[in-house]
Design a protein around this ligand. Sequence first.
Ligand SMILES: CC(C)(COP(=O)(O)OP(=O)(O)OC[C@H]1O[C@@H](n2cnc3c(N)ncnc32)[C@H](O)[C@@H]1OP(=O)(O)O)[C@@H](O)C(=O)NCCC(=O)NCCS
Length: 168
Amino acid sequence: MGMSVTTSVATEDDAERILKLQYLCYQGEAELYGDWAIDPLTESLESVRAELKNRHMLVARLGDEVVGAVRGWVDADGIGRIERLCVHPRMQRHGLGTRLVRAMETLLTAEDPSPRSFRLSTGHRSVGNLRLYQRLGYRRVDVEEVNSRLSFVGLEKSVEAQNLAATA
Ligand SMILES: CC(C)(COP(=O)(O)OP(=O)(O)OC[C@H]1O[C@@H](n2cnc3c(N)ncnc32)[C@H](O)[C@@H]1OP(=O)(O)O)[C@@H](O)C(=O)NCCC(=O)NCCS
């Protein structure tokens, strides 16, 4: 039987592995937008280390290997923000991305004060990501033009919607 994937809170030792995974996973996005300077590809190790201290980070592991990651925090407006979701190309389309988003939503819900809604965003041409987030109950709320090639589509869902999905 194969090893199973476990989801857990990232530790300081994971910083390098998270950055490497992110670098690998976001190549497709870079190609899609013809832009290899997107934030996930230019982030420094120091930045990942700082976020490990200041934000919630979850990783999916297969043995010692980090095969998935996601970050989250509750912002000043009480919105649970979810970012930098990535799953190793070899492991994609088996539900791991969904699992990581749901686990992050649960983690953020336990914050005090707990968020009233969740928000994430993706590039306007990333139709796979948009489909994934819509299936998770997120709805488009705004579009922000970054440059002529890229706009960010903002998606949100209420915490009530998440609770309903969890009990369905
Ligand atoms: C987005 C990502 C984390 C999804 O991880 P995953 O483990 O494959 O997610 P799940 O298995 O839970 O869901 C798969 C769904 O994601 C969507 N999807 C995401 N990327 C896709 C792609 N390139 N092609 C087709 N579908 C894609 C589809 O809706 C798919 O559902 P389907 O298989 O029924 O068509 C992964 O594709 C990834 O790392 N992508 C590169 C980084 C990235 O774009 N991150 C999101 C930034 S906002």
